[in-house]
Design a protein around this ligand. Structure first.
Ligand SMILES: O=C[C@H](O)[C@H](O)[C@H](O)COP(=O)(O)O
Length: 226
């Protein structure tokens, strides 16, 4: 079993009968959805919402019952991957372009469990370019404003075209040398009008389950969330 699958399957053990579950996006979340599908096939009764069209499709194929956001007001747990995480459970997400939906779902969950392999754990965030979802309108100005924050922003591409998120927006991948204060950066990003959301997840995750290549698991718990 690979390290991503190991972490994902350990996280799925936290899902209990009757729970409302947020399904993450990406190659690690894929394993969690797969395992959940197996448990549903064995009789586990849950409902779920997905954070991307890709995860929604995977869940449908596996027979995981999906509900609309109008039918529920909160989720019990969300299981999702990350591009980087530090020891304070600050995250960079959005490598797969799903950060906006992921943040909405994670913030609407009583518990967010991050799943990752050990390569995602860093001392300080910033090596992974920070994904920022921006509206297409006047994107050139938004990108110029992002550059003023000390990064090199690059609009994500999808072959010959600009990449569009599930929400129809662009993603600017912002290359910082290092992110010295993620909370200050988050505030600065939200002050730019064309920014819809950014991939910094601060004070949102409750625990991370990290799978290692030697087959072991490390659990990192939040020091800030009760
Ligand atoms: O937009 C995508 C998500 O934030 C993913 O959870 C993140 O990019 C990690 O993906 P992966 O598990 O494929 O490395």
């Amino acid at each position: 079993m690979n390290a991503k699958q190991l972490a994902a399957e350990a996280a799925v053990e936290y899902v209990q009968e009757g729970m409302k579950v947020g399904l993450g996006t990406g190659s690690t979340a894929y394993w969690a959805i797969r395992k959940l599908g197996e448990r549903v096939a064995e009789g586990l009764n849950i409902t779920a919402v997905a954070t991307s069209r890709a995860s929604e499709q995977q869940a449908r194929e596996l027979g995981i019952p999906l509900v609309s956001f109008g039918e529920i007001d909160r989720l019990d747990v969300t299981i999702d991957g990350a591009d980087e995480l530090d020891g304070d459970l600050q995250l960079i997400k959005g490598g797969g372009g799903a950060l906006l939906r992921e943040k909405i779902v994670a913030k609407g969950s009583d518990r967010m469990i991050v799943i990752a392999d050990e390569t995602k754990v860093v001392r300080t965030l910033g090596k992974f370019p920070l994904p920022v979802e921006i509206v297409p309108f006047a994107w050139e100005w938004t990108v110029a404003d992002l550059a003023k924050l000390g990064c090199v922003p690059e609009l994500r591409r999808d072959g010959a075209n600009l990449y569009k998120s599930d929400n129809g927006n662009y993603i600017a991948d912002c290359r910082f040398e290092i992110i010295t204060s993620a909370p200050e950066l988050a505030l600065a990003l939200h002050s730019i009008p064309g920014v819809v959301e950014h991939g910094l997840f601060l004070g949102i995750a409750d625990m991370a389950i990290v799978g290692k290549n030697d087959g072991s698991l490390e659990v990192i718990s939040s020091k800030t969330k009760p």
